[in-house]
Design a protein around this ligand. Structure first.
Ligand code: SF4
Length: 415
């Protein structure tokens, strides 16, 4: 690991804490509906079994609570609609959104009736990757399905408790092969830099991917929140960032012939929606327990308590529980981080939003990343260089670990 990588990681971890230090807790009014349609994130927190490394907001699936939850989710969507919110695109994440297909399809039908969103993306797991299910999603208007694979290595799948749940690497490969061509974009989510993962194991994963050639591959570095650190260390040994850059470069080299980077860690064979909707959308609403939204210059978080969520929505109120108002400088920095994670920032768009050129508003950031060779500038755009792509991986890794820590803390508060 280069010293500059370590410094940027440390600095971003510090900053993420400040960014996610929510100030208002308790009863919060929603922001006025924006003039333009915004992105909608829907959270479905139920999983059949819980994975040890996961810091998402998720609970074990039980049919009764899950049905009540989906019903509350639809009510929350209606509440936003009554307030004048309209949705341009929808991302359904979890947990496992496809755990109750009838409820999911009813929710999508409601959204289409209210807002006619353009793109709908849904996460799923390999055991649900059946052609019939994908066809039902495609018929309902879902254009993109993202499947969480993580690795094809049987040894690592066993260690992270996914072998029994989702089958061997060979079985997952078969399922993905059978699933291709049904929805417009099939994305495969992978993880690299598990503590036990050798370079040969990573290269074997890349070989499978290059054989399968899914429409899109998202390759996350392993991200461990403070709360899962000791369990993960017990299972797999100490997590080290020393090899992360080398593994990332192995991935980008291996995928370069067939894929174009849509973000620092998402590689696509054609253009399309990516997992990080927060990169491609300035404003978004989060619906569901534990979901985040960014509207009108503030981040909002819904309650992490599922009973509280169902009760509040049932009383006709939005389940907003925490808010952090950004200053203009903070919002500019957030935009800088997110836009450039998508590898390019339009200078004119930044000027329209903040009234100043990015080099004037954030001259220190622009200068620093230019001097270390991570950024290039021309009259129209800032562009992340090939060398800079890994720098943005580090920054997003730290940002997401900050979000995970906030989730862990919120769940602890409920307990
Ligand atoms: S990794 Fe996916 S399936 Fe496993 S617990 Fe987390 S959300 Fe659930």
């Amino acid at each position: 690991m280069l010293p500059v990588d370590a410094f940027i990681g440390w600095f971003l971890r510090l900053k993420s804490r400040q960014y996610l230090a929510f100030e208002d807790m308790g009863r919060i009014d929603p922001a006025p509906a924006p003039e333009r349609p915004v992105h909608l994130y829907l959270h479905v927190p139920f999983c059949a079994r819980l994975c040890p490394y996961c810091s998402f907001h998720r609970v074990r699936y039980e049919e009764g609570p899950a049905r009540a939850y989906f019903s509350a989710l639809r009510e929350e969507i209606r509440l936003y609609h009554r307030l004048g919110y309209r949705f341009s695109d929808v991302y359904v994440g979890g947990g496992m959104p496809t755990i109750m297909m009838d409820e999911l399809l009813e929710t999508i039908a409601l959204l289409k009736g209210l807002s006619a969103p353009g793109n709908i993306s849904v996460e799923t797991n390999p055991d649900r990757l059946e052609p019939d299910m994908l066809a039902a999603l495609a018929d309902a208007g879902v254009r993109r399905v993202s499947v969480g694979v993580q690795t094809f290595d049987d040894g690592i799948l066993r260690l992270i408790d996914r072998y029994d749940k989702y089958g061997s690497g060979a079985r997952i490969e078969e399922r993905i092969r059978a699933a291709q061509g049904i929805v417009q974009t099939l994305n495969v989510d992978m993880i690299y830099n598990f503590p036990v993962q050798t370079l040969a194991q990573l290269e074997a994963d890349l070989e499978v991917l290059n054989r399968l050639k899914p429409d899109q591959i998202t390759f996350y570095p392993l991200m461990i929140s403070d709360a899962t650190l000791s369990e993960m260390t017990g299972i797999m040994g100490r997590h080290s960032l020393r090899r992360e850059r080398r593994y990332y470069e192995t991935i980008t080299r291996s995928l370069a012939a067939e894929y174009r980077p849509g973000s620092a860690w998402c590689f696509s064979r054609s253009s399309g929606m990516i997992d990080e909707y927060i990169v491609t959308h300035d404003e978004y609403v989060g619906a569901g327990s534990g979901a985040f939204g960014l509207v009108g210059g503030a981040i909002y978080a819904n309650t992490f308590s599922i009973p509280d969520y169902i009760r509040t929505v049932g009383e006709g109120r939005l389940p907003l529980k925490a808010r952090k108002l950004f200053s203009s400088k903070e919002l500019a920095r957030y935009t800088f981080l997110m836009d450039l994670f998508g590898l390019k920032m339009d200078r004119a768009a930044f000027r329209r939003k903040f009234g100043r050129d990015v080099w004037r508003a954030l001259w220190m950031e622009c200068l620093f990343f230019t001097l270390i060779g991570a950024l290039s500038t021309d009259g129209r755009a800032l562009t992340v260089t090939e060398r800079g792509r890994y720098i943005w991986v580090i920054m997003m890794r730290e940002f997401f670990i900050g979000v995970d820590n906030f989730r862990d803390q919120s769940r602890k508060n409920i307990a």
